[in-house]
Ligand binder design. Structure first.
Ligand SMILES: CC(C)(COP(=O)(O)OP(=O)(O)OC[C@H]1O[C@@H](n2cnc3c(N)ncnc32)[C@H](O)[C@@H]1OP(=O)(O)O)[C@@H](O)C(=O)NCCC(=O)NCCS
Length: 208
């Protein structure tokens, strides 16, 4: 999946350097520029269910909600693999590199958060990619198309920024999530480990 650059020599070294510089520039630009209006949107089915999406650079006072949802959905899966580290998870959510798409359920005068994606712009094997750190939907709202809408927004962002792929890590045991990513066109990355409790999945934005 990822472009593999093999061999030594001055030419390939120069090519690798050029690739790294291109990645760094695209990533810096991605963090610097505002995203266009309308990049985060739901379809008519979700509109009927009163679900709205919003881009946010930080969680602000929504941190306790996001952490609680993450813990509720993922803690037991982590405990079966890497272990659950509350401090590390909270730090990830407040990192200045973190970006979010939040889904809200809007009804009468209330507007309640029900799902989020935490993504970042990163360099993976010298390629500029969007890395999805988390996608978490409140259990009451799973299976309604919110996950797809959040990932479509991430894909729109990836394309708008001119980045090469969307990547993420998923626990092998999380069969539902595995099926979800495959349904959305993700494939196991060539660098993904074969014998671990987790896999790296990617969706490329072009055929390069
Ligand atoms: C996995 C998760 C993000 C999926 O989001 P969702 O809103 O429930 O999924 P959607 O309703 O948008 O489904 C999108 C597509 O994926 C498929 N899909 C979703 N969950 C699936 C599952 N458990 N098994 C099989 N297919 C599934 C749907 O059938 C749908 O296909 P379609 O659009 O062609 O009909 C959500 O269930 C969740 O938050 N789970 C708990 C946290 C988690 O595991 N996060 C991933 C960590 S790596």
């Amino acid at each position: 999946m990822k472009r593999v650059i093999s061999g030594g020599g001055r030419d390939s070294k120069r090519a690798r350097l050029k690739q790294s510089m291109r990645s760094r520039k695209l990533i810096e630009d991605a963090y610097r520029r505002n995203l266009p209006e309308g990049i985060a949107r739901t379809d008519s089915k979700l509109e009927q269910k009163h679900v709205e999406l919003e881009l946010q650079d930080t969680l602000g006072d929504m941190l306790p909600w996001a952490y609680m949802l993450l813990e509720r959905n993922m803690k037991s899966l982590y405990e079966g693999s890497w272990g659950w580290d509350e401090e590390k998870k909270r730090e990830e959510l407040v990192s200045r590199r973190a970006r979010f798409v939040i889904a809200y359920h809007v009804q009468d005068k209330s507007r309640d958060p029900i799902a989020f994606v935490h993504y970042r712009y990163v360099q993976e094997a010298r390629e500029p990619v969007v890395y999805v750190y988390e996608i978490q939907i409140d259990a009451l709202f799973q299976g309604l198309g919110i996950g797809r809408a959040l990932m479509t927004t991430v894909e729109n962002i990836c394309k708008e920024r001119g980045l090469d792929a969307i990547c993420l890590t998923v626990f092998t045991e999380n069969e539902g999530a595995m099926r979800f990513y495959k349904r959305l066109g993700f494939e196991q990355d060539c660098d993904s480990p074969k014998d671990r409790t987790w896999k790296i999945m990617c969706k490329r934005m072009n055929s390069s």
